[in-house]
Design a protein around this ligand. Structure first.
Ligand SMILES: Cc1cc2nc3c(=O)[nH]c(=O)nc-3n(C[C@H](O)[C@H](O)[C@H](O)COP(=O)(O)OP(=O)(O)OC[C@H]3O[C@@H](n4cnc5c(N)ncnc54)[C@H](O)[C@@H]3O)c2cc1C
Length: 435
């Protein structure tokens, strides 16, 4: 099948869907991308995300001139891509507990990352996927949208996030595809102090971000999100802040009541978290985040005509900073397979099967680990044993024996097609299990 014969229908233009679109475009494979919202970042919540181990893969996926802008969209553009230690502090005393190492990583605001990933991509907005049908011939898929439009392609890729509609078709029912709520009251907010001294003070010790864990069983997080008027204008700086504790979410509370709950807890924090949270302006919109998960399991991919990527495949609690890194990894593996299909080296069915053989056990393991980590980080007695303390930001590798088997079955990428680093990454599973 040539690149012209292939037509990938990408559902969802979050970061994962946009990255697939970028990578397909770079590979010259035809695609259409559909998003249910009427415009980008419409109604979507803002937060910041650390990209670490997947950054070299992202470099492979994006056009050079787009990847070059990663430094500019970084939360802390004065640092851009860098190596360092992510500070985890005792929230109540302010003492540093540990620094989690990361190499060549950066933190980005979600809205800017999405805008960057959409450069040069023609997204069809206002398209809500409602039905998926498969041609009886065994070739081709048909997507139907709520506006009545129908589009045919060779395969459909669900990048439609944690509550994925494509996953319902993959699993055969809404019940089997349903997420489980992670039992946490997670608040998220975008804060500007509008005051240069306050903004400078909260960043003095930790210039990009920190995670404060309280012996009173909650976490407080702060990161610089953007500097609209530049590093010399702290009064304009914008911060991403979050506070969360285990328990039921009280849906009756509005922004002000949520802020009152936050300040109640913040009163007992040490610096810099104490001031950072006590100074949050009264009119701040304190959102509650929907933290839920679905433990990745195999699905019927209809001879490779349907698959899942990103949060649609492995929605997980965010407290080890892995979600987006796995999204990028998914796109990298799937694209390598699709390039082999259009190059004539393998069939669509085999390429998608190989992708899922690598991704499903990786997703299962990481979702389980992130659930465990999320529970432990909010239980003071257990934090030191949590995966983020024990393993840092490294991806889990207990699935690697299965991954190695998948890698052996998958068509090997041609030399020169991907970078040396990326090839090393592809071989990682095989090496770990051989050792
Ligand atoms: C507070 C927080 C902090 C995080 N921090 C980190 C971090 O530090 N590091 C990290 O790696 N990850 C982090 N993550 C995880 C990361 O944000 C996600 O893994 C990633 O953004 C998922 O992107 P996605 O494109 O797969 O899904 P989404 O962003 O959910 O995009 C899915 C898109 O599909 C669209 N859609 C849904 N249904 C349909 C339909 N039926 N038809 C058409 N379109 C549809 C949606 O409107 C949406 O635009 C964090 C997450 C949170 C909540």
């Amino acid at each position: 099948m040539s690149a012209q014969d292939h037509h990938v229908l990408v559902i969802g233009a979050g970061i994962t869907g946009l990255l697939i679109a970028q990578a397909l475009k770079k590979a010259g494979i035809k695609f259409s991308i559909f998003e249910k919202e009427k415009s980008m970042n419409y109604r979507s919540n803002e937060w910041t995300m650390a990209i670490h181990w997947s950054l070299p893969l992202l470099k492979e996926l994006l056009p050079e001139e787009v990847f070059a802008k990663m430094d500019i969209i970084a939360c802390n553009p004065t640092l851009g891509v860098h190596s360092g230690l992510y500070p985890i502090i005792n929230g109540d005393t302010g003492e540093l507990i540990t620094g989690v190492p990361y190499e060549n990583g950066l933190r980005v605001p979600r809205s800017k990352m999405r805008a960057l990933a959409s450069e040069g991509i023609d997204v069809q907005y206002g398209k809500v996927l409602s039905d998926v049908a498969f041609n009886e011939s065994g070739r081709g898929v048909i997507a139907t949208f709520t506006d009545g439009s129908v589009v045919a392609g060779t395969m459909i890729v669900g990048s439609d996030g944690p509550r994925s509609t494509v996953r319902e078709f993959a699993m055969g029912s809404a019940e089997k595809a349903a997420v489980t709520k992670f039992p946490i009251f997670h608040t998220n907010m975008t804060v500007s102090y509008g005051d240069a001294d306050k903004a400078r003070f909260v960043r003095q010790q930790y210039p990009t971000s920190y995670l404060a864990l309280s012996p009173r069983h909650f976490h407080a997080f702060q990161s610089i999100s953007s500097m609209p008027d530049g590093p010399d204008h702290p009064e304009s700086w914008i911060f991403h802040m979050a506070m969360a504790w285990l328990g039921e979410v009280d849906n009756s509370l509005g922004y002000k009541e949520r802020l009152a709950l936050i300040k109640e807890r913040a009163a007992g924090l040490g610096e810099p978290a104490h001031s950072a949270f006590m100074w949050v302006p009264d009119d701040t919109e304190v959102h509650k985040a929907d933290i839920s998960y679905w433990i990745t399991q195999p699905w019927d991919n209809r001879q490779g005509r349907l698959t899942l990527v990103g949060d649609a495949a492995h929605p997980m609690p965010p407290y080890r900073g892995q979600g987006l890194n796995h999204c990028i990894n998914d796109v990298f593996h799937l694209l390598n397979g699709l390039k082999s299909v259009v190059g004539g080296a393998t069939s669509l069915a085999d390429a998608v099967a190989a992708y899922e053989k690598e991704m499903v056990p990786r997703g299962t393991e990481e979702v389980r680990c992130s659930v465990e980590n999320g529970l432990m980080l909010h239980d003071w007695k257990k934090i030191q044993d949590s995966p983020v303390f024990k393993r840092g930001f490294k991806p889990m590798d207990g699935h690697s024996a299965v991954e190695a088997a998948a890698a052996a079955a998958a068509p090997a990428p041609a030399q020169g097609e991907v970078s040396e680093h990326a090839q090393l990454h592809l071989r990682r599973g095989a090496e770990v299990s051989a050792a």
